[in-house]
Design a protein around this ligand. Sequence first.
Ligand code: PEP
Ligand code: MG
Length: 325
Amino acid sequence: RQGRLLALVGTEGRTKDGTRIELAANIGSPADLPIALEYGAEGVGLYRTEFLYMAQDRLPTEEEQYLAYRAVLEGMHGKPVIIRTLDIGGDKAAPYLDLPEEENPFLGFRAIRLCLARSEIFRVQLRALLRASVHGDLKIMFPLVSTLEELRQAKALLEEERQKLLAEGAEVAQNIPVGIMIEVPAAAVLAGTLAREADFFSVGSNDLIGYSMAADRMNEQVSGLYQPLNPSVLKMIQLTCEGAAHHGRWVGVCGEMAGDRLAMPLLVGLGVTELSMSAPALLSRREQLLNLDLAQAQRVAAEALTLGTAAEVEALVHREFGDAV
Ligand code: PEP
Ligand code: MG
Protein backbone atom coordinates (compact mmCIF):
# COMPACT_ATOMS: atom_id res chain seq x y z
CA ARG A 1 0.00 0.00 0.00
CA GLN A 2 2.83 2.38 0.90
CA GLY A 3 4.32 1.97 -2.57
CA ARG A 4 0.97 2.60 -4.21
CA LEU A 5 0.53 5.74 -2.14
CA LEU A 6 4.01 7.02 -2.86
CA ALA A 7 3.29 6.70 -6.58
CA LEU A 8 0.69 9.43 -6.05
CA VAL A 9 3.31 12.04 -5.08
CA GLY A 10 3.46 14.56 -7.90
CA THR A 11 -0.06 13.81 -9.14
CA GLU A 12 -2.95 16.26 -8.85
CA GLY A 13 -5.86 15.67 -6.52
CA ARG A 14 -8.82 14.55 -8.62
CA THR A 15 -12.05 12.69 -8.10
CA LYS A 16 -12.78 9.54 -10.11
CA ASP A 17 -14.60 11.62 -12.71
CA GLY A 18 -11.72 14.10 -12.98
CA THR A 19 -12.92 17.02 -10.84
CA ARG A 20 -9.95 18.90 -9.51
CA ILE A 21 -9.61 19.10 -5.71
CA GLU A 22 -6.45 20.78 -4.47
CA LEU A 23 -4.72 18.87 -1.68
CA ALA A 24 -2.57 21.20 0.39
CA ALA A 25 -0.58 21.05 3.60
CA ASN A 26 -0.89 22.86 6.92
CA ILE A 27 2.43 24.15 8.17
CA GLY A 28 3.67 26.07 11.21
CA SER A 29 7.08 27.17 9.95
CA PRO A 30 9.37 26.98 6.91
CA ALA A 31 10.93 23.89 8.54
CA ASP A 32 7.73 21.95 7.77
CA LEU A 33 8.12 22.38 4.01
CA PRO A 34 10.29 19.34 3.22
CA ILE A 35 7.77 16.93 4.70
CA ALA A 36 4.87 18.72 3.00
CA LEU A 37 6.59 18.34 -0.37
CA GLU A 38 7.58 14.76 0.36
CA TYR A 39 3.90 13.89 0.74
CA GLY A 40 3.02 15.69 -2.47
CA ALA A 41 1.41 18.88 -1.15
CA GLU A 42 0.06 20.91 -4.07
CA GLY A 43 0.31 24.05 -2.01
CA VAL A 44 0.17 25.36 1.53
CA GLY A 45 -3.46 25.82 2.55
CA LEU A 46 -2.69 27.12 6.01
CA TYR A 47 0.53 28.59 7.33
CA ARG A 48 -0.09 29.25 11.01
CA THR A 49 2.09 32.29 11.64
CA GLU A 50 1.54 32.44 15.39
CA PHE A 51 4.51 30.18 16.03
CA LEU A 52 6.73 33.08 14.97
CA TYR A 53 5.16 35.07 17.79
CA MET A 54 5.32 32.33 20.38
CA ALA A 55 8.88 31.17 19.79
CA GLN A 56 10.49 34.14 21.52
CA ASP A 57 9.72 36.51 24.36
CA ARG A 58 9.14 39.49 22.09
CA LEU A 59 7.34 40.33 18.88
CA PRO A 60 9.03 39.13 15.70
CA THR A 61 10.41 42.02 13.65
CA GLU A 62 9.15 42.83 10.14
CA GLU A 63 12.41 41.49 8.71
CA GLU A 64 12.19 38.19 10.62
CA GLN A 65 8.65 37.73 9.37
CA TYR A 66 9.53 38.73 5.83
CA LEU A 67 12.32 36.15 5.74
CA ALA A 68 10.04 33.37 7.05
CA TYR A 69 7.22 34.18 4.60
CA ARG A 70 9.66 34.48 1.72
CA ALA A 71 11.26 31.14 2.65
CA VAL A 72 7.87 29.43 2.48
CA LEU A 73 6.89 31.08 -0.81
CA GLU A 74 10.22 30.24 -2.42
CA GLY A 75 10.26 26.75 -0.94
CA MET A 76 6.93 26.01 -2.63
CA HIS A 77 8.34 26.96 -6.05
CA GLY A 78 5.38 28.92 -7.31
CA LYS A 79 2.69 26.66 -5.82
CA PRO A 80 -0.09 28.50 -3.94
CA VAL A 81 0.61 29.47 -0.34
CA ILE A 82 -2.07 30.76 2.03
CA ILE A 83 -0.58 32.64 4.94
CA ARG A 84 -2.92 33.21 7.84
CA THR A 85 -2.40 36.36 9.82
CA LEU A 86 -1.78 36.19 13.54
CA ASP A 87 -4.20 33.98 15.47
CA ILE A 88 -3.14 34.49 19.05
CA GLY A 89 -5.23 34.65 22.22
CA GLY A 90 -7.63 31.90 23.28
CA ASP A 91 -5.40 28.88 23.91
CA LYS A 92 -2.37 30.47 22.25
CA ALA A 93 -0.68 32.84 24.66
CA ALA A 94 2.14 35.34 24.21
CA PRO A 95 2.98 36.58 27.72
CA TYR A 96 4.88 39.63 26.44
CA LEU A 97 1.67 41.00 24.89
CA ASP A 98 0.26 41.57 28.35
CA LEU A 99 -3.24 40.56 27.36
CA PRO A 100 -6.04 40.99 29.87
CA GLU A 101 -7.20 37.93 31.84
CA GLU A 102 -10.49 36.82 30.37
CA GLU A 103 -13.34 34.83 31.77
CA ASN A 104 -14.07 33.23 28.37
CA PRO A 105 -10.92 33.39 26.25
CA PHE A 106 -12.54 31.54 23.36
CA LEU A 107 -15.28 34.16 23.22
CA GLY A 108 -12.80 36.90 23.75
CA PHE A 109 -9.87 38.87 22.51
CA ARG A 110 -8.14 36.70 19.93
CA ALA A 111 -7.10 36.47 16.28
CA ILE A 112 -8.45 39.22 14.00
CA ARG A 113 -10.10 40.95 16.97
CA LEU A 114 -6.76 41.41 18.65
CA CYS A 115 -5.05 42.38 15.39
CA LEU A 116 -7.59 45.11 14.64
CA ALA A 117 -7.40 46.50 18.17
CA ARG A 118 -3.59 46.35 18.28
CA SER A 119 -3.10 47.49 14.71
CA GLU A 120 0.50 48.57 15.36
CA ILE A 121 1.30 44.84 15.71
CA PHE A 122 -0.88 43.84 12.75
CA ARG A 123 0.61 46.42 10.39
CA VAL A 124 4.09 44.97 10.84
CA GLN A 125 2.84 41.56 9.76
CA LEU A 126 0.93 42.99 6.80
CA ARG A 127 4.04 44.81 5.59
CA ALA A 128 6.12 41.65 5.87
CA LEU A 129 3.48 39.75 3.89
CA LEU A 130 3.24 42.41 1.20
CA ARG A 131 7.01 42.52 0.79
CA ALA A 132 7.18 38.72 0.58
CA SER A 133 4.36 38.63 -1.99
CA VAL A 134 6.70 39.03 -4.96
CA HIS A 135 8.47 35.76 -4.14
CA GLY A 136 5.69 33.33 -4.97
CA ASP A 137 1.94 32.74 -5.20
CA LEU A 138 0.71 34.34 -1.98
CA LYS A 139 -2.82 34.51 -0.63
CA ILE A 140 -3.55 36.25 2.66
CA MET A 141 -6.17 34.92 5.08
CA PHE A 142 -7.70 36.48 8.18
CA PRO A 143 -8.73 34.19 11.08
CA LEU A 144 -11.90 34.19 13.16
CA VAL A 145 -13.77 36.82 11.18
CA SER A 146 -17.25 37.30 12.66
CA THR A 147 -18.50 40.40 10.86
CA LEU A 148 -18.25 42.21 7.54
CA GLU A 149 -16.77 45.23 9.34
CA GLU A 150 -13.83 43.15 10.54
CA LEU A 151 -13.10 42.03 7.00
CA ARG A 152 -13.35 45.60 5.73
CA GLN A 153 -11.11 46.98 8.46
CA ALA A 154 -8.47 44.31 7.91
CA LYS A 155 -8.52 44.91 4.15
CA ALA A 156 -8.28 48.67 4.69
CA LEU A 157 -5.17 48.25 6.86
CA LEU A 158 -3.66 45.98 4.21
CA GLU A 159 -4.35 48.57 1.52
CA GLU A 160 -2.83 51.36 3.64
CA GLU A 161 0.36 49.39 4.16
CA ARG A 162 0.46 48.52 0.47
CA GLN A 163 0.26 52.20 -0.48
CA LYS A 164 3.00 53.08 2.01
CA LEU A 165 5.29 50.39 0.66
CA LEU A 166 4.69 51.49 -2.92
CA ALA A 167 5.44 55.10 -1.93
CA GLU A 168 8.70 53.88 -0.40
CA GLY A 169 9.55 52.22 -3.71
CA ALA A 170 9.13 48.66 -2.47
CA GLU A 171 7.92 45.91 -4.79
CA VAL A 172 4.54 44.40 -4.02
CA ALA A 173 2.58 41.81 -6.02
CA GLN A 174 -0.54 43.01 -7.83
CA ASN A 175 -3.93 41.65 -6.80
CA ILE A 176 -3.02 39.43 -3.87
CA PRO A 177 -6.15 37.35 -3.10
CA VAL A 178 -7.48 38.06 0.39
CA GLY A 179 -9.69 35.46 2.05
CA ILE A 180 -11.13 34.69 5.43
CA MET A 181 -11.48 31.66 7.63
CA ILE A 182 -15.00 30.51 8.34
CA GLU A 183 -14.77 29.52 12.00
CA VAL A 184 -17.65 31.41 13.57
CA PRO A 185 -21.27 30.36 12.87
CA ALA A 186 -22.15 34.02 12.21
CA ALA A 187 -19.68 34.06 9.32
CA ALA A 188 -21.00 30.77 7.90
CA VAL A 189 -24.56 32.07 7.99
CA LEU A 190 -23.49 35.35 6.38
CA ALA A 191 -21.17 33.73 3.84
CA GLY A 192 -23.19 35.00 0.89
CA THR A 193 -22.59 38.55 2.07
CA LEU A 194 -18.96 38.09 3.06
CA ALA A 195 -18.22 36.47 -0.31
CA ARG A 196 -18.83 39.78 -2.03
CA GLU A 197 -15.70 41.15 -0.38
CA ALA A 198 -13.56 38.07 0.34
CA ASP A 199 -11.75 36.33 -2.51
CA PHE A 200 -12.00 32.87 -0.93
CA PHE A 201 -13.04 31.04 2.21
CA SER A 202 -11.29 28.38 4.23
CA VAL A 203 -13.39 26.58 6.81
CA GLY A 204 -11.55 26.31 10.12
CA SER A 205 -13.51 23.27 11.19
CA ASN A 206 -11.75 22.93 14.56
CA ASP A 207 -13.18 26.21 15.74
CA LEU A 208 -16.37 26.06 13.65
CA ILE A 209 -17.40 22.75 15.25
CA GLY A 210 -16.52 24.03 18.73
CA TYR A 211 -18.50 27.23 18.30
CA SER A 212 -21.43 25.56 16.51
CA MET A 213 -21.85 22.87 19.15
CA ALA A 214 -20.65 25.14 22.01
CA ALA A 215 -18.42 22.28 23.12
CA ASP A 216 -14.73 22.11 23.94
CA ARG A 217 -13.08 19.05 22.47
CA MET A 218 -10.56 19.00 25.33
CA ASN A 219 -13.22 18.99 28.05
CA GLU A 220 -14.10 15.36 28.74
CA GLN A 221 -17.45 16.31 30.23
CA VAL A 222 -18.69 17.70 26.91
CA SER A 223 -16.28 16.41 24.25
CA GLY A 224 -19.01 13.99 23.07
CA LEU A 225 -20.82 17.02 21.71
CA TYR A 226 -17.85 17.95 19.55
CA GLN A 227 -19.28 16.25 16.45
CA PRO A 228 -17.73 16.98 13.06
CA LEU A 229 -20.46 14.99 11.31
CA ASN A 230 -23.38 16.60 13.11
CA PRO A 231 -25.84 17.73 10.41
CA SER A 232 -25.75 21.25 11.89
CA VAL A 233 -22.02 21.46 11.21
CA LEU A 234 -22.53 20.17 7.67
CA LYS A 235 -25.27 22.76 7.21
CA MET A 236 -22.81 25.52 8.22
CA ILE A 237 -20.39 24.28 5.59
CA GLN A 238 -23.17 24.04 3.02
CA LEU A 239 -24.15 27.67 3.69
CA THR A 240 -20.50 28.63 3.28
CA CYS A 241 -20.22 26.85 -0.08
CA GLU A 242 -23.54 28.21 -1.32
CA GLY A 243 -22.65 31.79 -0.36
CA ALA A 244 -19.24 31.46 -1.99
CA ALA A 245 -20.60 29.97 -5.21
CA HIS A 246 -23.05 32.83 -5.51
CA HIS A 247 -20.09 35.17 -6.01
CA GLY A 248 -17.81 32.78 -7.87
CA ARG A 249 -15.53 32.18 -4.87
CA TRP A 250 -13.95 28.90 -3.88
CA VAL A 251 -14.05 27.18 -0.50
CA GLY A 252 -11.35 25.15 1.23
CA VAL A 253 -11.23 23.40 4.58
CA CYS A 254 -8.11 23.63 6.73
CA GLY A 255 -9.24 22.17 10.07
CA GLU A 256 -8.81 18.52 11.04
CA MET A 257 -11.97 17.61 9.14
CA ALA A 258 -10.12 18.13 5.85
CA GLY A 259 -7.91 15.11 6.50
CA ASP A 260 -10.65 12.93 7.97
CA ARG A 261 -11.60 9.99 5.78
CA LEU A 262 -15.26 9.97 6.81
CA ALA A 263 -15.74 13.72 6.42
CA MET A 264 -13.86 14.13 3.14
CA PRO A 265 -16.55 12.75 0.76
CA LEU A 266 -19.14 14.96 2.44
CA LEU A 267 -16.96 18.07 2.14
CA VAL A 268 -16.37 17.44 -1.55
CA GLY A 269 -20.07 16.73 -2.03
CA LEU A 270 -20.92 20.06 -0.38
CA GLY A 271 -18.71 21.93 -2.85
CA VAL A 272 -15.33 22.25 -1.13
CA THR A 273 -12.51 22.30 -3.71
CA GLU A 274 -9.40 22.58 -1.55
CA LEU A 275 -8.45 20.45 1.45
CA SER A 276 -5.52 21.42 3.63
CA MET A 277 -4.26 18.98 6.23
CA SER A 278 -1.22 17.71 8.07
CA ALA A 279 1.15 16.33 5.45
CA PRO A 280 1.06 12.63 6.39
CA ALA A 281 -2.69 12.44 5.61
CA LEU A 282 -2.28 13.77 2.06
CA LEU A 283 -1.58 10.55 0.20
CA SER A 284 -4.39 8.50 1.68
CA ARG A 285 -6.86 11.30 0.99
CA ARG A 286 -5.55 11.57 -2.57
CA GLU A 287 -6.10 7.86 -3.10
CA GLN A 288 -9.57 8.05 -1.54
CA LEU A 289 -10.43 10.98 -3.80
CA LEU A 290 -9.46 8.98 -6.90
CA ASN A 291 -12.15 6.47 -5.96
CA LEU A 292 -14.79 9.10 -5.24
CA ASP A 293 -17.51 9.88 -7.73
CA LEU A 294 -18.55 13.53 -7.47
CA ALA A 295 -22.21 12.96 -8.31
CA GLN A 296 -22.45 10.29 -5.62
CA ALA A 297 -20.66 12.54 -3.11
CA GLN A 298 -23.14 15.33 -3.88
CA ARG A 299 -26.10 13.03 -3.46
CA VAL A 300 -24.78 11.64 -0.17
CA ALA A 301 -23.98 15.13 1.16
CA ALA A 302 -27.51 16.29 0.31
CA GLU A 303 -28.95 13.28 2.11
CA ALA A 304 -26.68 13.83 5.13
CA LEU A 305 -28.19 17.31 5.53
CA THR A 306 -31.62 15.74 5.99
CA LEU A 307 -30.50 13.39 8.77
CA GLY A 308 -30.91 14.04 12.47
CA THR A 309 -27.71 12.91 14.13
CA ALA A 310 -23.98 12.55 13.61
CA ALA A 311 -24.32 8.79 14.10
CA GLU A 312 -26.82 8.61 11.25
CA VAL A 313 -24.48 10.57 9.00
CA GLU A 314 -21.61 8.26 9.87
CA ALA A 315 -23.73 5.20 9.09
CA LEU A 316 -24.74 6.76 5.77
CA VAL A 317 -21.12 7.37 4.78
CA HIS A 318 -20.19 3.78 5.63
CA ARG A 319 -23.18 2.40 3.77
CA GLU A 320 -22.57 4.49 0.63
CA PHE A 321 -18.82 4.27 0.38
CA GLY A 322 -18.11 1.03 2.19
CA ASP A 323 -14.43 0.15 1.94
CA ALA A 324 -13.69 3.22 -0.13
CA VAL A 325 -13.56 5.26 3.08
C1 PEP B 1 -9.41 25.67 12.74
O1 PEP B 1 -9.97 26.29 13.65
O2 PEP B 1 -9.93 24.69 12.16
C2 PEP B 1 -8.08 26.07 12.30
C3 PEP B 1 -7.52 25.53 11.23
O3 PEP B 1 -7.43 26.99 13.06
P1 PEP B 1 -6.57 26.57 14.35
O4 PEP B 1 -6.66 25.08 14.46
O5 PEP B 1 -5.21 27.08 14.11
O6 PEP B 1 -7.30 27.31 15.41
MG1 MG C 1 -9.08 28.16 14.30
